[in-house]
Design a protein around this ligand. Structure first.
Ligand code: NDP
Length: 365
């Protein structure tokens, strides 16, 4: 079934006349969206804890308040803080200050989709989720290139939720390419599926390709340039956006086209496995099992351990050496991650087997 798709002309800013926008959080999305809305002529204030992000908002000449004060003052509240802390901030600073007919706007469906946060029935609950990183939301607003968004209404207490949604989405720049209507659950599942079923699969193909070639004696520097650093792949992705996945093929040589189409069939076997794995991952997300796992007390320690193993693999050393020889900057974001203490691992005997599997798996990379 085709979704409703909205464009700039569908948003009417006069619905926001005299309304005050409260931006809660001034990070990646918060800053860009606040600046876009101000440029669109809206009155925006920023609610943040008293630290560097607040200072940044003040440097950008916004009036700043605490989160609780912002909830008291503003009509429409953009909740743009990390998803994993949202429900706690909502409970401690927002809930008791909410008023009838206010609206909360989320940039991710996650907390609502998996029932982690339940706003009262007398406010509007809206989704404006840019398919674009924060800096792109600002850049593409300024250079008028635009970006796609998923938008939706979860709760319509004012009776005007759709009009308010479209007006706010227009002001943020979220209708500039198109706003595609989705439920909060659809948005959240699409996002998580990309992260959990596409990302790891793509990563496996990429890392295996590099290891296969380097293992056969091809110079790592040439291999990394061929597969990643040349930018040819990201350029191909851009062309997919311009003309479509199938049609972009015409930009490649005849040899390239024949080779990749004729060899694709060899991957039939793994293709079946991939589909099955993706179904599993999708079901795990849709059922809310993933959200429950991530909420659980073991997940944060598991995350630390996974990250440790993930960042200490031989592949990381191989890549750093290649980058050094290519005069490319080496940014080790994970330099300081220490080996998890044995007593910490022991404390979590339940996941000992999982950790062993991880260690074993990453030895091959
Ligand atoms: P950020 O990590 O950039 O958020 C940082 C902001 O959150 C700062 O203002 C920070 O202020 C505040 N914050 C962090 N911890 C706390 C806390 N414990 N209490 C109160 N405030 C806190 O978030 P993003 O902009 O990346 O994400 C915001 C929303 O946008 C999320 O729902 C995300 O899923 C969604 N989204 C993000 C995209 C992206 O590209 N990043 C793309 C599309 C959607 P301080 O630490 O000073 O308190």
């Amino acid at each position: 079934m085709s979704p409703e798709i909205y464009h700039e002309n569908d948003g009417n800013l006069s619905f926001l006349d005299g309304k005050l926008i409260g931006m809660i959080g001034y990070g990646n999305q918060g800053r860009s969206q606040a600046l876009n809305m101000r440029d669109a002529g809206l009155k925006v204030i920023v609610g943040n804890r008293d630290d560097d992000y607040k200072k940044r908002a003040e440097d950008d000449e916004f009036d700043t308040y605490s989160i609780a004060e912002t909830v008291k003052l503003a009509d429409y509240l953009f909740l743009l803080i990390p998803d994993e802390i949202m429900k706690d901030v909502y409970k401690s600073e927002m809930l008791s200050n909410l008023k009838e007919k206010q609206a909360i706007i989320f940039a991710s469906g996650y907390n609502i989709a998996f029932d982690l946060l339940e706003p009262p029935e007398n406010i509007d609950v809206l989704l404006i989720a840019p398919r674009m990183i924060g800096i792109g939301v600002r850049e593409r607003f300024l250079n008028k290139k635009g970006y796609f968004s998923f938008i939706g209404v979860h709760q319509d207490a004012s009776g005007k939720a759709k009009e308010i949604l479209l007006a706010l989405a227009k002001a943020v720049g979220a209708l500039s390419k198109a706003g595609i209507e989705t439920s909060f659950k659809q948005e959240a599942v699409l996002d998580l599926f990309t992260e959990q079923a596409f990302g790891p699969g793509f990563g496996q193909i990429l890392m295996n390709s590099i290891n296969t070639l380097v293992g056969k004696g091809y110079p790592p520097e040439a291999v990394f340039v061929e597969l990643v650093y040349s930018g040819e792949m990201s350029y191909t992705y851009e062309k997919m956006t311009e003309v479509g996945l199938i049609n972009q093929m015409n930009y490649h040589s005849q040899t390239s086209q024949y080779g990749s189409i004729s060899r694709a069939i060899k991957f039939r076997k793994v293709s079946k496995d991939i589909k099955e794995l993706q179904q599993d991952v999708l079901e795990n997300i849709e059922s809310g099992e993933f959200a429950k796992e991530w909420e659980g007390k073991l997940s944060k320690i598991k995350f630390k351990l996974y990250k440790f193993f993930r960042t200490k693999i031989p592949f990381a050393k191989l890549e750093n050496k290649a980058r050094k020889n290519l005069d490319l900057p080496i940014v080790d974001l994970f330099e300081d991650i220490p080996y998890p203490k044995e007593e910490v691992i022991k404390e979590f005997e339940e996941i000992e087997k999982e950790i062993e599997d991880f260690k074993e798996f990453y030895k091959d990379f």
